[in-house]
Design a protein around this ligand. Structure first.
Ligand code: MG
Length: 388
């Protein structure tokens, strides 16, 4: 088994980010930036251990940022990035890794796929660099502030991290080139004459450097629907309505001909009621009866769409979004299967949600209990919601 370590460099002072607090400890969406970077490595299945290089003044900040994470003991950095990297590498020797990925603590948006590409490339190459191809046209400036030349951008890449290496090779290269000032670990490997393989990084994986970068970081978090930075909530709902004389029932917004109807103050849509409660449950907003009491004549024979739309509105007000809905209808009759997709389509219309996020299932209770005896229909639902 190949043992792979990650080394996260967080020893810088971050003066450029214009804050008293080093930038890697500043919070984005309530979490220290460094924690976001560490989390991706700690959770990655191909990474066996994660070490961090910190500044001696930042021990308390680091303890706060790394609370509860499985990490090697932190190592103090040096005067330069290169020295910090060397200190971190040297401390890893106790754990004898085969490969090491070195990453900037100020790049919280490294994608797990980027890490995988670097790790995979290390099975053939001893030095690997995550990078993105340059797509902008590049100009070289003259000393008077005008364009001197347009640079051919073909073959140009912007280096990112992680940069992955065979541990022995990068350790030896660092020892050999300690006295030279090199910009990154790949440059150290290059100086030692090693071939560095380029693999695709991810465009979002930028280094938080200037104060305006924090705004971009916040925006990226808001945009990352279902990403690692939101809070996922699951709510459940349950409802029952009894049969009464009638000619049809309404389930999840679809009218189904039947030899009975359902009794209820509203349209008795047991599926939509369960679903509304599931959504309200996920955001701790009480239940459907709180917003739409059966005692209120306004809701007599009301379409349950109003209830569902209200629950969705409350989610939106919290800055949340609905990721997935799953409804189970429990009855012997009517048969649900032929109406399933119309129900999914109706719910996705009301909620402006992709149909691929709406599931409808049906089951009987083997003729047992009140649903089995055909006395009524039960509905249960779960709603998965992302809060930011
Ligand atoms: Mg109900």
């Amino acid at each position: 088994m190949v043992k792979t370590a990650a080394l996260v460099l967080a020893g810088g002072r971050g003066i450029r980010a214009g804050s008293a607090m080093p930038k890697q400890y500043r919070e984005i969406a309530g979490t220290p930036l460094l924690r976001e970077a560490l989390r991706v490595f700690v959770n990655h299945p191909a990474i066996d251990m994660v070490g961090v290089v910190i500044h001696p003044d930042d021990e308390a900040r680091y303890e706060n940022a790394a609370t509860g994470m499985r990490l090697l003991p932190p190592v103090f950095g040096g005067e330069t990035r290169q020295e910090s990297s060397f200190n971190g590498l040297r401390a890893l020797s106790d754990f004898a890794p085969d490969n090491v990925l070195i990453h900037d603590g100020a790049r919280p948006f490294v994608a797990p796929d980027t890490i995988s590409r670097v790790v995979n490339a290390l099975s053939n190459d001893s030095a690997v660099l995550a990078a993105v191809p340059v797509t902008d046209t590049i100009k070289r400036e003259k000393s008077d502030g005008t364009v001197g030349a347009t640079v051919d951008r073909s073959g140009l890449w912007r280096a990112q991290t992680p940069q992955g290496f065979n541990y022995e090779i990068i350790m030896l290269a660092h020892e050999r080139f300690r006295s030279q000032s090199l910009t990154d670990d790949a440059a150290v490997a290059e100086a030692a004459g090693h071939v560095v393989r380029l693999v695709e990084g991810n465009e979002d994986n930028f280094k938080v450097t200037a104060p305006e970068d924090f705004k971009r970081a916040e925006r990226q978090i808001s945009a990352s629907r279902g990403g690692p930075l939101g809070e996922t909530r699951v709510g459940s709902g349950f409802d029952v309505h009894r049969f009464q004389p009638g000619e049809s029932v309404i389930l999840c917004g679809v009218e189904i001909p039947h030899d009975q109807g359902l009794a209820g103050h509203s349209d008795a849509d047991v599926g939509m009621h369960a679903l509304t409660d599931a959504i309200l449950g996920a955001i701790c907003e009480s239940d459907i009866g709180t917003y739409f009491p059966p005692s209120d004549p306004r809701w007599l024979n009301a379409s349950s769409e109003i209830f569902l739309a209200k629950a969705a509105e409350l989610v939106a007000q919290r800055g949340g979004s609905i990721l997935h809905l799953d409804v189970t209808l429990i009855c012997e009759y009517p048969k649900i299967g032929p109406y399933r997709d119309r129900m999914r389509s109706r719910l996705s219309e009301i909620l402006a949600l992709d149909m691929g996020r709406v599931s409808i299932k049906a089951t009987t209770t083997e003729r047992l209990g009140f649903t089995g005896r055909g006395e009524g229909i039960a509905g249960q639902a779960t709603a998965t919601i992302l809060l930011r």
